[in-house]
Design a protein around this ligand. Sequence first.
Ligand SMILES: [Zn+2]
Length: 106
Amino acid sequence: MTHMKKRGWLGLYLLQGTVVLMFLAFPFVVGEATTKLLGDRWFLPVTFVYGALWLNQGRLLGKWTCPRCERSFLRSDKSTVSMPFRLRCANCGFRLGSVRTSAQGV
Ligand SMILES: [Zn+2]
């Protein structure tokens, strides 16, 4: 880690919120709105685009870096599995929502 940049947790919360909302909204957006407004033939294309956007949000979530160790917060370096939610950093154990200080929180 090079410099002590101040980073909020808001970015992570927003990404997580978006992922959850998109997941919950899927049946309404794709199932109801799309088939009613655009017709049944748009079901598959919209599902595909929506799914791609959702997967991309998940990818961004996996790339979100820990404010302390600056590695992925949700995915351990030793694992390929990315958890959507964690209370502590997968790599250094930094607690979610903590204010970054020099040597605390391990
Ligand atoms: Zn960390």
